[in-house]
Ligand binder design. Structure first.
Ligand SMILES: Nc1ncnc2c1ncn2[C@@H]1O[C@H](COP(=O)(O)OP(=O)(O)OP(=O)(O)O)[C@@H](O)[C@H]1O
Ligand SMILES: [Mg+2]
Length: 223
């Protein structure tokens, strides 16, 4: 099976000689649904940031979707990011733009026509149960609704890899369920690989998943 993520002796640090991730080996296969757990400060967000080049590799190797991140240039990093959808806990929506335009953004960057972008945005907003809010602005929405918009935006360009950092951290059961269902559906229909950092694995996910645990700079499989 092909690997979507492969870390070999990976070290990640914000400051020299203070590694957060220490000589870690870790792999994710295509179509895996992976949960990363571990106590606060253990390095979950740090590891996820390295996967899309937000944090450079300190040493070792990190291959994501066929790109070697330890030696990647700016042009290739932009190309890699076209294959990835990222969902953060703080939604990072553009408050001056409507909900619909926020979701259209990655498609416009990818060069699709306005009509295609709009159709895809409306389809995704329907998926996250927000068809009635397309013309609203982010600040007119609740936190859970904003997160569902962010989710629709992250999935708009059918990413090969979806990276989600605490996507349901602040949400109620309804919004959480919408988000888990959408991730499952995208994986099933598009075949995306999904990696999620979370403190709470949903109890009724209803599909096979892999769980890993971060501790003292290493990543362990949870059997
Ligand atoms: N921008 C930064 N600069 C310096 N150190 C950082 C930075 N971001 C995180 N750290 C440090 O890296 C370590 C891991 O942080 P990280 O955010 O990856 O943890 P986490 O597992 O995601 O925690 P949480 O569950 O609270 O989100 C922590 O000790 C943190 O203080
Ligand atoms: Mg975190």
């Amino acid at each position: 099976m092909s690997k979507i993520i492969q870390a070999t002796d990976l070290q990640l640090a914000y400051k020299k000689n203070e590694p957060v991730i220490k000589n870690t080996n870790f792999a994710v296969e295509a179509k895996d649904f992976v949960f990363l757990t571990g106590k606060s400060g253990s390095g979950k967000s740090t590891f996820l940031k390295s996967l899309y080049g937000e944090l450079p590799v300190s040493s070792g190797k990190l291959n994501v979707c066929g790109f070697d991140l330890e030696s990647i240039n700016h042009k290739k990093l932009n190309l890699l990011r076209k294959h990835i959808g990222v969902i953060f806990q703080d939604y990072k929506l553009i408050n001056e733009w409507t909900v619909e335009k926020n979701v259209m953004l990655p498609l416009m960057i990818a060069g699709y026509s306005k009509q295609v972008c709009q159709m895809q945005a409306q389809k995704l907003l329907k998926h996250v149960k927000l068809s009635h809010k397309v013309e609203k602005y982010p600040l007119e929405l609740s936190g859970g609704e904003q997160q569902r918009v962010a989710m629709a935006r992250a999935l708009a360009h059918n990413p090969v890899l979806i990276i989600a950092d605490e996507p349901t951290g602040n949400l109620d059961d309804y919004s959480s369920e919408v988000i888990w269902n959408l991730l499952k559906s995208v994986r099933q229909h598009i075949g995306s690989t999904i990696i999620v950092a979370t403190h709470r694995i949903p109890q009724t996910l209803g599909i096979d998943y892999k769980q890993y645990f971060l501790d003292e700079g290493n990543i362990y499989a949870v059997s």
